[in-house]
Design a protein around this ligand. Structure first.
Ligand SMILES: [Zn+2]
Ligand SMILES: [Zn+2]
Length: 511
């Protein structure tokens, strides 16, 4: 730089006689900058410093200087992890100045649906009551249960509880020949495949001679929850004995409740709010006080006439007035968001995919019951969203009429009719954008799971068909040809679900 300036000055003192008329000594004027090219994030820039003669403007010197690249002005963006339905992206950076970005798509998570294995022997449960009467919910002794010796054995593990209890489960099954039971151990019993618990249910699946419907629904529900790392109730076939009488095949089913190993509600010291587990139950008013044990919100016409929907507080056992208000308000806000067609607010309060799963399953099985009963909703903690589920009570499904005997109606008339008479679901379906969400969930998550479980149901039936026939021989003596009863029901179930699936495909399958 200095050297160049000296040269420029020397040049200025040179005698120039361009026209030959007279001599002139150039005198350098002030240096000026020319031809500036601004650098970018990645390309260098430059400028020139030029000196002209102060008097005649003759260029005396020109020097070019580089300007180094600026480098990117980074902004960091956190990753969005993919789900089974949506692609995501990794942690990435962009630049405030240019369009630099190292954004990269993370593909949708893939469901891994492995073939199941079915053990050839199934566990045995024995309820010994010494001939005593096991009470149902219409009887005064119901809450005290019936003293029982409970025995469980699965070939590898077995235990006996001399201080167990049993009662008929509180469902319409109390009217059937084969009843559901709830058993209660005197300790948290550990049964393989189940969350350690004092209480378990034994489901009769009486209306379905193949014993497939309720089992299939719960298997699908289990998958839907499992892959989302949410709790769902387990279900497995067992042989049941009451005293020494063999009662056929029952399903050992989780007793759904808020507990550390099941629906684990956060401990809270908040005075004016509380995590909660609610159960939709149209008969909540019979045993509870409005505003304390239950609240009323919305209505349903699923049972003939328009009926108010009651939400029963299942857990915590007691809450104060403000906490109850918080719970009621939470559900009211969720519903109001749907009325306002405000998907954004609804999604901020409710786990929408779990919500879609819950009602798609109810619709797939045409479960009318879920319109007013047996729907669980829970908020585990204040930084989480409301979950609809786990699914429960799928005995009376597939648009079968209510009857006190096994299914003998093989019509498929309404197998392709929607059933949307669920208060929340009906409102949700009217929102713009809901359709697209349902389609994504159905295509990438729900549909592969139902295909897988329908296939597994065939294998399951094949494995246990002798036991299922034995069960039919115990319970359906009024029907002469029980082989036909089973094969007709079996055919009908798979035809029914094939039609339902094609209905859903036409609505929501968009690969
Ligand atoms: Zn000059
Ligand atoms: Zn840049």
């Amino acid at each position: 730089m200095i050297k160049k300036t000296v040269l420029a000055l020397l040049a200025a003192f040179c005698v120039l006689t361009v026209g030959g008329c007279h001599s002139h000594v150039h005198i350098a004027g002030e240096s000026v900058e020319e031809n500036r090219i601004e650098p970018t994030c990645t390309e260098k820039g430059s400028y020139e410093i030029v000196t002209y003669c102060r008097d005649d403007g003759v260029e005396l010197s020109r020097e070019k200087y580089d300007i180094p690249p600026l480098g990117h002005d980074y902004v960091e963006h956190p990753a969005l992890y993919p789900t089974y339905c949506d692609e995501g992206y990794g942690w990435y950076m962009t630049c405030t100045r240019c369009d630099y970005s190292n954004y990269s798509v993370l593909p949708r998570k893939q469901l891994v649906l492995n073939p199941k294995t079915y053990p050839t022997t199934i566990p045995t449960i024995t309820i010994t009551v010494g001939g005593a009467h096991i009470p149902d919910s219409s009887e005064p002794g119901y809450d005290d249960y019936c003293d029982s010796t409970l025995k469980y054995s699965d070939g590898q593990n077995s235990f006996i509880d001399g201080f167990g209890k049993a009662r008929v489960r509180e469902t319409s099954s109390s009217l059937f020949g084969k009843k559901d039971y709830t058993i209660k151990f005197s300790f948290d019993a550990s049964i393989r495949g189940y969350r350690r618990s004092q209480k378990y249910n034994l489901l009769a699946s009486y209306m379905d001679p193949t014993l497939l419907r309720e089992y299939l629904a719960m298997q699908i529900s289990r998958d839907l929850n499992l892959y989302e790392e949410k709790y769902s109730a387990n279900i497995k076939p067992v042989k049941l004995y009451i005293d020494s009488t063999y009662k056929g095949i029952y399903y050992l089913f989780d007793y759904i409740e808020a507990s550390e190993l099941k629906i684990n509600l956060a401990e809270t010291t908040e005075e004016n709010k509380s995590p909660f587990l609610l159960e939709m139950d149209l008969s909540a008013h019979e045993a509870g006080v409005e505003g304390v044990d239950y609240f009323v919100l919305g209505s349903t016409d699923a049972f003939g006439s328009e009926t108010d929907i009651e939400y029963k507080l299942n857990a915590p056992e007691t809450v104060n007035f403000e906490q109850f208000q918080f719970i009621e308000n939470y559900i009211t806000r969720c519903r109001q968001a749907l009325i306002d067609k405000d998907l954004e607010t609804f999604s901020s309060l409710v786990d929408v995919y779990m919500f879609i799963d819950y009602f798609l399953l109810a619709e797939l099985f045409h479960n009318t019951n879920v319109a007013g009963y047996s729907t669980y909703l829970y908020l585990r903690d204040f930084d989480r969203k409301l979950i609809f589920g786990p699914a429960n009570n799928y005995e009376r499904t597939c648009s079968r009429p209510y009857q006190l005997g096994p299914n003998t109606d093989y019509t498929l008339n309404n197998a392709q009719e929607r059933f949307i008479n669920y208060d929340f679901w009906k409102l949700f379906l009217e929102i713009e954008g809901a359709d697209e969400l349902i389609a994504r969930r159905y295509t990438y998550y729900f549909r592969p799971i139902i295909e897988y479980e329908l296939n597994e149901a065939e294998l399951y039936y094949d494995c246990y068909k002798d036991l299922i026939k034995e069960n039919a021989d115990i319970w359906y003596t009024e029907i002469g040809d029980r082989n036909a009863l089973l094969s007709d029901n079996y055919q009908w179930i798979f035809n029914y679900f094939s039609l339902r699936k094609s209905m859903f495909d036409s609505l929501y399958y968009r690969p």
